[in-house]
Write a protein that binds this ligand. Structure first.
Ligand code: VG1
Ligand code: CO
Length: 543
């Protein structure tokens, strides 16, 4: 077997976004496209000769082909070993777990997360470092810089490696170890949660439904929920990962997980429902006829953490992304622990967790996690909830309502405008930037603007600064409107408008979020000129 050095030319569009490089499958299928990015990773991470990598993905279309290319390139670039999930499968949190447990140099995760898959769908690739978390901004910038000057890449001329049987084979001078994608992760979950208590809850007639959405978490949920915890067979639905997610959009929210939502709001609804996304790192939590917002979920997990064996001694701190509601801040202040506000994207939590400053983290976009790995973790959040439910023996709705009664309710909603023309979206953001200074002190009905800014974050651990992370309009009563452009979309631009209003008075807690936020929504439309600039009457998705 010989190594080829293939000459190539840079592509202009390989800037990694919120979670790595995401593009349509046909873009990745262009000659040298994937290879260029992989070589740019290898040239940037300074791995010593013989280093070990973890490799796997969410099983979407192009996963297997990409894995073969990456294996041959890793062998040609001097890696000693690659641990790859059987069938090319590893959920994002499981990849993080394997990197940490086996102390590997890093890992490559193939996923476009919650974006649809298939030949015309999306594909993605990202690099995670030895802490198991997404590459830092510095590494990401280095990869992007390399991708702009690349002139050749190295690849081994070899036959494809069989991925379906466990065991070790060799590829040139490199070992390829095909591992069970579930076992290390399942073992980690057993070490964190009170499995005996959850098993007793499930045996006592507490019914659950978990929608894997034909994505990567199917085998994980089957093994953990049904096999190890004894949930009734069939509790996990859409459990077989499919290359196109069965034609669905594997994003666990009220719009895309409608099959589960109908069950949870129907007659004879189960007591607990949950779903996760394409790569298994997001979660949606439902009770009987009841939806828990991700921001509330983070606050609730924090408030109840000591009921879980792994967090019995309490939390070092909490972190949330800037657009996530401040519900968690109230819990942090009651617990007298620090609360950090970071830019969107999991990479910012890694430094805080590595430094021991935070234990729990979360985002409004259905992501929750802890320092057990360095990614958000969908099934972990489900088990955390089940552990709390087993300990408190109350319904999901009762637990949430009691939480609001104690801390007040942060009404929350996000409006997404997908597939906008880039100029319109950029124009809207520029308009806000140019004008927000003049908003301070202005009154809109019962709301007065306290301050506006474009969120900037200084990492408390390494001092790095991330600017322009979203425009915030902050009101005197703690309400907020935030405008931000997505870094994960693959078609035009996606504008996200985040709305939050705090209500201490329990007699208003029953209100529907859209009703409670109606005035703020109007203000958002007014100051951004959204309808005129985008010609959209309605958002694509409301969560
Ligand atoms: C979105 C979410 C963000 C999340 C990111 C990755 O990013 O808003 O909170 O971290 O997706 O999620 P953006 O830039 O489109 O708003 V996923 O499940 O890749 O893993
Ligand atoms: Co995801």
């Amino acid at each position: 077997m010989s190594v080829s050095i293939v000459s190539t030319q840079p592509f202009s569009d390989q800037k990694p976004g919120t979670s790595g490089l995401r593009k349509k499958v046909p873009v990745f299928q262009q000659p040298n496209y994937l290879e260029n990015f992989v070589q740019s990773i290898f040239d940037s991470i300074e791995a010593p000769k013989g280093a070990t990598l973890v490799l796997g993905g969410d099983g979407r279309y192009y996963n297997r082909s990409a894995i073969q290319v990456i294996l041959k390139m890793a062998a040609a670039n001097g890696f000693g070993k690659v641990m790859v999930g059987q069938g090319g499968i590893l959920s994002t949190p499981a990849a993080s777990c394997v990197i940490r447990k086996h102390k590997t140099f890093g890992g490559i995760i193939l996923s476009a997360s919650h974006n649809p898959g298939g030949p015309d769908g999306d594909f993605g690739i990202k690099y995670n470092g030895s802490n198991g978390g997404p590459a830092t901004e510095t590494v990401t910038e280095a990869i992007f810089a390399k991708s702009k000057t690349i002139s050749s890449y190295c690849i081994l001329d070899a036959a494809d490696v069989p991925l379906d049987t466990l065991g070790t084979s060799t590829l040139g001078g490199m070992q390829v170890q095909v591992i069970d994608p579930v076992s290390d992760y399942a073992e980690l979950m057993e070490s964190l949660f009170d499995f005996a208590a959850i098993r007793a809850l499930l045996q006592g007639g507490f019914n659950i439904k978990f929608d894997a959405m034909h994505a990567v978490n199917g085998p994980y949920a089957k093994e953990i929920l049904e096999k190890r915890l004894g949930a009734t067979l069939g509790s996990v639905m859409n459990a077989v990962p499919l290359e196109d997610f069965g034609g669905g959009h594997p994003d666990p929210n009220l719009t895309y997980a409608h099959e589960l939502v109908e069950i949870m709001y129907g007659d004879n609804a189960p007591d607990f429902g949950a779903a996760s996304d394409g790569d298994g790192d997001r979660n949606m939590i439902l009770g009987k006829h009841f939806f828990v917002t991700p921001s509330d979920s983070l606050a609730l997990l924090a408030a109840n953490a000591t009921l879980v064996p792994a967090y019995q001694k309490g939390l070092a701190g909490i972190a949330r992304s800037m657009p996530t509601s401040a519900a968690a801040d109230r819990v942090a202040s009651a617990l007298n622990i620090p609360c950090f506000e970071t830019p969107t994207g999991w990479k910012f939590f890694g430094n805080l967790m590595d430094a021991g400053k935070v234990t729990l983290c979360g985002e409004e976009s259905f992501g929750t996690g802890s320092d057990h790995v360095r990614e958000k973790d969908g099934l972990w959040a489900v088990l955390f909830w089940l552990n709390i439910l087993a300990a408190r023996k109350q319904s999901v709705e009762d637990i949430v309502r009691q939480h609001w009664a104690k801390y007040g309710r942060n009404f929350y909603s996000r409006y997404d405008y997908e597939g906008l023309p880039t100029e319109a979206a950029n124009g809207l953001v520029q308009h806000l930037r140019d004008n927000f200074a003049a908003l301070t002190g202005k009154q809109f009905g019962k709301y007065t603007v306290a301050n506006c800014d474009d969120f900037s974050y200084t990492d408390p651990v390494d001092g790095s600064v991330s600017k322009n992370q979203g425009i915030r309009i902050l009101f005197t009563d703690g309400s907020r409107i935030i405008f931000r452009l997505s870094g994960t979309g693959t078609e035009g631009a996606t504008l996200r408008v985040y709305l939050e209003a705090y209500e201490a008075n329990a007699s208003f807690h029953h209100l529907d979020a859209q009703v409670a936020l109606a005035e703020l929504i109007q203000i958002a439309m007014l100051v951004s000129e959204l309808k005129q600039r985008t010609r959209r009457e309605k958002p694509t998705v409301i969560t």
